[in-house]
Design a protein around this ligand. Structure first.
Ligand code: TRP
Length: 338
């Protein structure tokens, strides 16, 4: 059986946090270690510039941070091609070729676009780079012949639009492009809450995150601030599990299920204090983060090595993307001069 090609990526706008770990990094590690997939992981710097054209330092400054987070969690460049979007010229050209297969009205009806416009303050001036990012995302995906595209649930409409572009292109020119499938996480992987309460997803803008590169002291401080049950005041009080972020995290991260179940029971009956539960969560998170920190420290000592990894990954990605581009140009009939 031939391997399924997987393409996924992140916009470099800051360091990665536990929400990224639960939502995508964890499943990438599983795919990497399975023989069923060939995986490309892209640092989408050009897509980050699409809404940061006036703030390129933020994007440039996050590139190595994201790369180091990838390597620190265990993405292995010998198995997974890690590359940088802006270093793949074919992606720009494919984007342009696809523009003719989608129209303005269809793009403007993408639901996430409406939310983005509001959140990013683009009501008056919507940059074309942002308006058209779903088309560029179609180039990212099809350049590598990706079958599977792991994304957040909010991005599924973008993948649906990309599938339409692929179908329209193939209808015109024959079976040139692979029609991708979006793969959204389910359950808690969809939205790990931030430390301040169960209703907000962990996100940089809300300042409620625990980062993969946070020190032990910082993790401890953040867990100690973490939202529990506001009515659980004294140790003897009965406490609530539902909406209690500390227990939500224990469900996700603690390897010892029976121990968590026993703690929940005691907490609900009364007699278990928040501090004791938090201490256990700190221990669990430290066990997860310690090896990640240790690997990150090695790469931080040697940023040139990280650049070499990205350079080599981009070289390989270019070879693959250029083959797709050659097919697309030939299909359109642009090879006028032989
Ligand atoms: N849009 C993705 C994000 O916001 C990043 C991304 C860019 C991507 N191009 C992609 C993801 C192609 C999957 C496939 O994180």
């Amino acid at each position: 059986m031939s391997k399924k090609v997987v393409l996924t990526g992140d916009r470099p706008t800051g360091k990665l946090h536990l929400g990224h770990y639960v939502g995508s990094l964890r499943s990438r590690l599983e795919m990497q270690d399975s023989d069923d997939y060939e995986m490309f992981v892209m640092i989408a710097d050009e897509q980050a510039l699409a809404d940061n054209a006036r703030n390129p330092e933020k994007v440039r400054g996050s590139l190595l941070e994201v790369a180091m987070d990838y390597l620190a969690v265990g993405l292995n460049p010998d198995k997974t091609t890690i590359f940088v979007q802006s270093q793949i010229p074919a992606l720009y050209e494919l984007t342009f070729h696809y523009m003719g297969f989608i129209n303005h009205g269809r793009l403007s009806r993408i639901p996430t676009l409406k939310d983005d416009i509001r959140e990013k303050g683009f009501e008056k001036e919507l940059p074309m780079s942002w308006f058209t990012f779903p088309v560029s995302q179609c180039a990212d995906i099809t350049a590598f012949g990706a079958h599977l595209v792991p994304v957040g649930a909010d991005q599924l409409p973008v993948i649906e639009l990309d599938r339409e572009i692929v179908r329209a292109f193939n209808q015109q020119y024959g079976q040139i492009l692979v029609e991708p499938e979006g793969l959204a996480p389910s359950g808690i992987a969809q939205r790990l809450p931030g430390i301040h309460g169960p209703n907000d997803k962990m996100s940089k803008s809300l300042n409620n995150g625990i980062y993969l590169s946070d020190s032990s002291a910082v993790v401890k401080e953040k867990v100690m601030q973490m939202y529990t049950d506001p009515d659980h005041v004294k140790v003897e009080d009965a406490g609530k599990i539902k909406g209690n972020v500390v227990f939500i995290y224990l469900d996700v991260f603690a390897p010892d299920g029976p121990k968590v179940a026993a703690m929940k029971k005691q907490y609900q009956q009364g007699g278990l204090g928040d501090v004791a539960v938090k201490k256990y969560l700190i221990e669990v998170l430290e066990n997860l983060l310690n090896p990640i920190r240790a690997r990150r420290a090695e790469f931080e000592k040697n940023p040139e090595q990280v650049r070499d990894i990205l350079r080599a990954g981009s070289l390989k990605a270019n070879q693959v993307a250029n083959q797709t581009l050659a097919k697309v140009r030939a299909a359109i009939g642009l090879n006028y001069f032989g």
